[in-house]
Design a binder for this molecule. Sequence first.
Ligand code: PQQ
Length: 532
Amino acid sequence: QLTSERIEAAAREPHNWLTYSGTYDGQRQSALTEVNKANVRQLELKWILQDRVVGIWEANPLVVDGKMYVTQRPNDVVALDAKTGKVFWIYQHEPSPDTKACCGANNRGLAMLGNTLFMATLDSWLVAIDAVSGQVLWKEKVAETAEGYSMTGAPLVVKDKVIVGVAGGELGIRGFLAAYDAKTGKEAWRFHTIPAPGEPGSETWQGRNDAWKTGGGPTWVTGSYDPSLNLIYWGVGNPGPDWNAAQRPGDNLYSNSVVALDANTGKLKWHFQFTPRDQYDYDSVQIPVLVDREWNGKPAKLMLWANRNGFFYVLDRVTGKFLLGKNFIPVNWASGLDADGHPIQTPPADGTPVYPGVNGGTNWYPPSYSPRTGLMYVPIWENYAAIYRREEAEHTPGNFFVGGGFKVAAPTPNAPTPHMADSGPVLNQATEETGNGAIIAIDPRTGNRVWTHRMVGVTDAGILTTASDLVFSGGRDGYFYALDARSGDVLWRVNLGGIVAMAPITYAVDGKQYISVIAGRNLVTFALPDRR
Ligand SMILES: O=C(O)c1cc(C(=O)O)c2c(n1)C(=O)C(=O)c1cc(C(=O)O)[nH]c1-2
């Protein structure tokens, strides 16, 4: 039985991976050390699970007491033996073909409580599934496909509730987070990321009277949770329409913000907006990384955030106060941050390149933080810009509401596979991307880069760190890497032949450490050779 107490203390059972980021703090750091710098080169293939569908596979598996649970696109759930890869059961939900998702039939994984798994489906159902039998226990409709909503993120279980976010920032939605009773599926609270007239924040929507109704603010990546403060932290995406900010004068709260909500009631405790009145699609949906360490000589509860807009931030997570900010790549949409962390916006002239481009300096890819090195590890895109075209957007329910378009500014030769190339019922917005991917280590005390590991092409992969000072990640070039967490040196790499588009995880069964990563259609699991 997976209790909420066990999830809260997940760091104490590193043989399991109990929630999206491994632990509630979003650090994606494992205490397992069997695989270390000296032996990582000996990692060998243990088993592979192949997806039935072609397309980018972004799911984060959960591992609970020797069993693994993972989703496959569009909305299959697979239960398997974490040691051998033997499949126990597969549950298939076929999302309604009417569903429009901006960026592919993505699904990033499950949440679990007790013996129940929770999946948010592309057509916006929250489905509760019995982890033993694969049977549906209950299903709730979270939002309407016809209004432009979809769901691609993994839910987050907090105490007795399941919290879900929505996608649809390009489709004229009004974003929200919703909490459901894990047993019954009854809705417990809903927090709208775009305030209605009269609510606090509504003064930042000075456009047409109903601009807030189609104001975007999606919540498509899983947030973090601090049990000591009982606060849920969740990133909010772009305002709508995306490119034509002229249609929505004002700062457009709570788009491109982090919101801190009371976990019991969904009431807003504080917010911090990274990109007011965005016109570049800088969704601030990155995973909030919660870190307890000294700040100015005193113990502090911090939040670290490398944002899609190209800036790295340190916030006080009790109050939301801005402590430090610095760009981690060259940017030209802002000349810097003011004393409160607000960007000093310097919009480049229309028709000229904006850095970073539409995919940002980083995106949804999970970062990692190691309390051992004190460094934050971030997958980034560099040398990557977009030129925007802005025009009047007209809203029709369920259709794209973007107000223009963009093209990638400077395609590099031999650009890698477009990551939004996809087929099926889902519409794609972007067809080409370029730039260089890298993994960087940032020192939170200064915001400076400590090291950079450059890749061929860009990356969609998140990062796992371990207490043996290893950094695992991959790229669109198909390589899976182990780097030295202190120097960034490549200790081991293997070509898996497909895009690595999730964060690796690690777990142990019968005392043996495994490392799983998805590349292309394959979930590949490695371990050290068995001792004979
Ligand atoms: O505004 C939204 O609702 C929304 C949703 C999603 C998604 O659900 O995957 C993406 C984006 N925006 C987006 O801007 C983006 O760059 C993106 C990349 C990806 C991906 O899975 O690689 N999804 C999304």
